[in-house]
Structures are given as structure tokens and as C-alpha cells.
Design a protein around this ligand. Structure first.
Ligand code: FMN
Ligand code: SF4
Ligand code: SF4
Length: 315
């Protein structure tokens, strides 16, 4: 069972309801998480659903040789309102062959825009039947004062409560594909607008190179060298550096902080999607496609994650 702290009466109720639910034996958690927020959400969810969780690290860039069976969970972060292209590519490499899946996107308070729709489209394309989806909040990996400390205990309550509702849907034999917000065509592909650099404090320990999901960092006699064509600005190297010697250039950080900093006071609610509203998948020609009635926000305060976005390409 999950080992999250129980702090509130609500949490106890959620947990006792959840305990009444039959957990599944095993699930595979396919997870792309450069700085760990997505992994924390994914693991909390998967641990609440299944006795055994097989963690498949899509950041490790190893081919998924065994397609597996049973229920699969996919968890990916939101970059500029989309999936990071490298995450989309690695998820595309997994063969669904009729498996049931649950999709999770994790974002940094601003908005998840088209990312959940994109994830569900890829999973459907690969032969998965998505029966439930969620958009959860984690600390913003660039401006860490935004959503600082999330996912926290209240988020864990939301995630575990969602797992309970998913188990109950599975128990009813209900495999309806949920409607999720988002538009087709999707927002433009995320493009890295900058890249981390290394300061004098570097000890050449190599942790940044090890953390990079795309092998963009080489450590040599000349110090740390970043392949800027491969770098997609995921911030994994920045978080991994024990010397705080890695970071985005100061003017870039200042601009990001000016843009996103005001969101530090916003507690965006997590959202879950279990019900189908209208046809799915919708044809691309229908344009904007949202079904507000299908959204179950875990909190009533705050504005909505999708659709409230600053300009295209915004992190
Ligand atoms: C390049 C980049 C773009 C991002 N774009 C968005 C975004 O569009 N909306 C948002 O709310 N958060 C955005 N974020 C924040 C991440 O979605 C969030 O921090 C997420 O938890 C990162 O996942 P990870 O902790 O698994 O690395 C972005 C982060 C990065 C690095
Ligand atoms: S070099 Fe770029 S892609 Fe690699 S970890 Fe750092 S930010 Fe991510
Ligand atoms: S993790 Fe930090 S100290 Fe270690 S090599 Fe990379 S930049 Fe240098």
C-alpha cells in the first residue's frame, strides 16, 4: 500500500474507501520524468492501484523489449503545452496490443493545454484502450517557486482517491474512453529556447551527464560540453548538480521568473477524467474540442489548467 502521510479526516475517508477496493496484482508504470515530479505522481498512483509496480524509466532510453500485459500506466510531463517530443517518441515505441491504460500528465501550474489529448492519441494509435486520465501538478522545474513542494500530501490524497475511482471503474468492467480537454491540431512542437550552462563551481563529477535523458552532456578535459542540438531544456542536469554549478543563463531565468513567478501564489487543482462525453477520438476537422462537463476538479478553487494559457510556446 502507498506510504503517504495521513493528515486529515478527508484523507482517512479516501483511504478507507480505497482500502475497500480490490487492488490489481501488477501494473507497469511507463514514466518519463527528467526532474522527478512526474515520477512521484506516477508512483503514488501506481502504488495505490497495484500490489506490484514495474517501473519502466523512459528517460533511460532503453528499448522496451517486453511489451508486457495487464493494465499499464503512462506518466509524462508537460512542456509548452505538449509532451516533450522525446517523451512522445519513446511512448510511441511501446506496443499496446489491446492493453488497458491510464494516462497521467504532470505540469507546473501554468496549463497542460494539449498534452493529455496528445498522450491519449498516441496511446490509442499504439493499441491501448485508455480508460482514465489525470492532469496533476508538480513543482515547475524551471521556476521552482511555482508549485513549490508539490506534489504534497493534499496531492497524494487526490492521486490515491483517483486510483480508487479507477479501480472501481475497472471493477464495473467499464472500459469507456474518457473525454479529455485539448485541441487538434495541437499547439506547436516545444522547441528549447535556451540551454543550461556550467559555472566555475563545477567539480567535473559527471552527475549532470548521467542524469541527461538524451546524452547531451560530455565531460572532458575542456569541462562540461553540452550538445545544444540534442538538449531539450528538461532541467534534469540542473537538478542533479550537487554544486549548483549548472543553470540557465541569468537573463533567461530572469525572463522566466518574471513571466511565471506570479503563479507562485496559485494552487492549481488536479483534474481527473473518467467519463466519456460525445465521440472519441474527435476528427481533427472539428477544431477546438473540449468537454467541460467531463472534468472533475479535485479542488474547487483556482482557474483551470487547460485553456488558461499564456502565449504559445510558454513553459
Ligand atoms: C521546457 C519546459 C517547458 C514547460 N512547459 C510547461 C507548460 O507548458 N505548462 C506548465 O504548467 N508547466 C510547464 N513546465 C513545468 C513542468 O511541466 C513540470 O515542472 C513537470 O513537473 C516536470 O516534470 P518532471 O518533474 O518529471 O521533470 C515546463 C518545464 C520545462 C522544463
Ligand atoms: S543537457 Fe539539456 S537535455 Fe540534457 S539534462 Fe540538461 S537540460 Fe536536459
Ligand atoms: S553535476 Fe555539476 S559539478 Fe558535476 S559535472 Fe555536472 S555541472 Fe559539474
Amino acid at each position: 500500500m502507498p506510504s503517504y502521510p495521513l493528515r486529515t479526516g478527508t484523507a482517512s475517508i479516501i483511504r478507507s474507501e480505497h482500502l475497500a477496493m480490490r487492488m490489481i496484482d501488477k501494473t507497469d508504470l511507463f514514466c518519463f520524468s527528467p526532474t522527478g515530479g512526474t515520477a512521484e505522481v506516477g508512483r503514488t498512483f501506481a502504488d495505490a492501484m497495484a500490489d506490484v509496480v514495474e517501473f519502466v524509466d523512459l528517460c533511460a532510453n532503453k528499448p522496451v523489449s517486453d511489451p508486457g500485459d495487464g493494465i499499464a500506466v503512462f506518466a509524462a510531463p508537460v512542456f509548452a503545452g505538449r509532451l516533450p517530443p522525446v517523451a512522445a517518441e519513446r511512448i510511441r515505441s511501446v506496443d499496446g496490443h489491446g492493453r488497458v491504460a491510464i494516462s497521467l500528465v504532470v505540469y507546473g501550474t501554468r496549463a497542460f493545454d494539449d498534452a493529455l489529448l496528445e498522450l491519449n492519441d498516441i496511446l490509442a494509435e499504439r493499441g491501448f484502450t485508455v480508460i482514465a486520465s489525470g492532469a496533476f501538478i508538480a513543482e515547475h522545474s524551471i521556476v521552482r517557486s511555482v508549485g513549490q513542494g508539490r506534489p504534497d500530501g493534499r496531492d497524494a490524497d487526490d492521486i490515491v482517491g483517483f486510483a480508487g475511482r479507477v479501480l472501481s471503474k475497472i471493477g464495473r468492467g467499464d472500459s469507456a474512453v474518457p473525454s479529455v480537454p485539448g485541441n487538434r491540431p495541437y499547439r506547436p512542437d516545444p522547441v528549447a529556447s535556451s540551454h543550461p550552462t556550467t559555472s566555475d563551481g563545477c567539480t567535473l563529477c559527471g552527475r549532470c551527464a548521467k542524469a541527461c535523458p538524451v546524452g547531451a552532456i560530455a565531460i572532458g578535459n575542456d569541462g562540461v560540453v553540452t550538445d545544444e542540438r540534442a538538449c531539450f531544456m528538461c532541467m534534469a542536469c540542473v537538478k542533479a548538480c550537487p554544486e549548483k554549478a549548472r543553470g540557465l543563463p541569468a537573463p533567461v531565468m530572469d525572463a522566466m521568473t518574471a513571466k511565471l513567478g506570479p503563479l507562485a501564489s496559485v494552487r492549481r487543482p488536479n483534474e481527473t477524467f473518467l467519463r466519456r462525453q460525445g465521440p472519441y477520438p474527435a476528427p481533427a476537422s472539428t477544431g477546438p474540442w473540449t468537454h467541460p462537463a467531463s472534468r472533475t476538479s479535485s479542488r474547487s478553487s483556482g482557474s483551470r489548467g487547460a485553456g488558461s494559457a499564456p502565449p504559445t510556446g510558454s513553459p
